[in-house]
Design a protein around this ligand. Structure first.
Ligand code: FE2
Length: 326
């Protein structure tokens, strides 16, 4: 059984093709890069509509399959930016109807977790999902994937991007902040915003910019932001692991490419006698293969959707999804 998945919740449009054993036959993506400012949802959606058909062609060519070999069409149903979601949903519906194949809308956050489980050897992890738009700690408990902690304002990646823009170090600033932080050493005072099991990042950005205005070095600002934010993420992840007694932590999302974050979570896991799992970079970021794989699992579990069921959901919660496959 061959599944084609289309991802398009935010800046990335991706098309992946995956077989029933989680072999990734193709995983192509194209990222919308605004000339300045943040993501404009309508412009990102226009980008996706320009690239989605060429990506489908490219992915089928790389996978060595014809469109008629596709048995199942899947797409990211949410959460995400409305115009982007609607664009890829329309593409997926058109493809499924023209091929006369089943169509499944997939929860984006759950697909990060399922591809990690399929590809890393992790079985029942706590997922630390840290990306631009999302920051959640998720695990399976009591019949559902539940959110044990999450951001109360913006995703951590979004905060790093905004900070990068304000500091004049460019868009998609995470890797640049990571590089600068290596040369920082002074831990500046920033709000440590863990509220219960939830997190907040926008106040940290405001405080970091105030340090910048007072003339603190860029390197020390980046160092302090990373140390503070990653300690917060690690703390909430550890408390979730302790609470539900799990000994695996899985990383997902673009921000987990950061080596300092991995080192902190890795140390925490080691000290607890737990194991850390990290999927390869192309499966950590938003991608079509994870959508195709989550669709494979759903289809195998007997889930079917009519076109009416595939309405997009900008605020699609991880814990809304019925999980008959676990
Ligand atoms: Fe994501």
């Amino acid at each position: 059984m061959i599944a084609l998945g289309i991802e398009g919740t935010a800046h990335t449009c991706g098309v992946g093709i995956v077989d029933e054993n989680a072999n990734v036959l193709a995983n192509e993506l194209d990222m919308y890069r605004p000339e300045r400012g943040g993501i404009h949802p309508r412009e990102a959606a226009n980008h996706h509509s320009d690239v989605v058909v060429p990506l489908i062609r490219k992915a089928t060519k790389i996978a060595g399959v014809k469109l008629s070999d596709i048995d199942l069409v899947c797409f990211s149903q949410g959460p995400g930016l409305g115009p982007c979601l609607r664009t890829v949903a329309t593409a997926a519906r058109a493809l499924a109807i023209s091929l006369d194949r089943p169509l499944l809308g997939v929860n984006h956050c759950i697909s990060h977790l399922e591809i990690g489980v399929a590809k890393t050897g992790s079985v029942d992890p706590v997922l630390l999902y840290a990306s631009g738009g999302n920051t959640q700690v998720i695990s399976f408990n009591n019949g559902r994937y539940r959110i044990f902690g999450e951001t109360l304002d913006i995703g951590i990646g979004n905060m790093l991007d905004k900070l990068g823009r304000e500091l004049g170090i460019g868009y998609y600033a995470g890797p640049k902040i990571e590089k600068l932080a290596l040369r920082g050493s002074k831990l500046l005072d920033l709000p440590y915003s863990v509220k219960g099991m939830d997190l907040a990042f926008s106040g940290i950005m405001t405080a970091a910019l105030a340090h910048h205005a007072r003339g603190e070095r860029l390197e020390d600002i980046c160092f302090s932001v990373q140390e503070t934010c990653f300690a917060m993420l690690t703390e909430v992840t550890e408390r979730a692991m302790a609470h539900i007694e799990k000994d695996e932590v899985l990383l997902g999302g673009g921000v987990v490419q950061n080596k300092r974050l991995r080192a902190m979570v890795g140390t925490m896991a080691k000290e607890r006698g737990a194991r850390m799992y990290v999927p390869e970079p192309k499966l950590c970021v938003d991608n079509g293969a994870m959508i195709a794989w989550a669709g494979q699992i759903m289809h195998r579990a007997g889930i079917r959707m009519s076109v009416q069921d595939t309405k997009v959901n900008q605020r699609f919660r991880t814990d809304e999804v019925e999980i008959p496959w676990r």
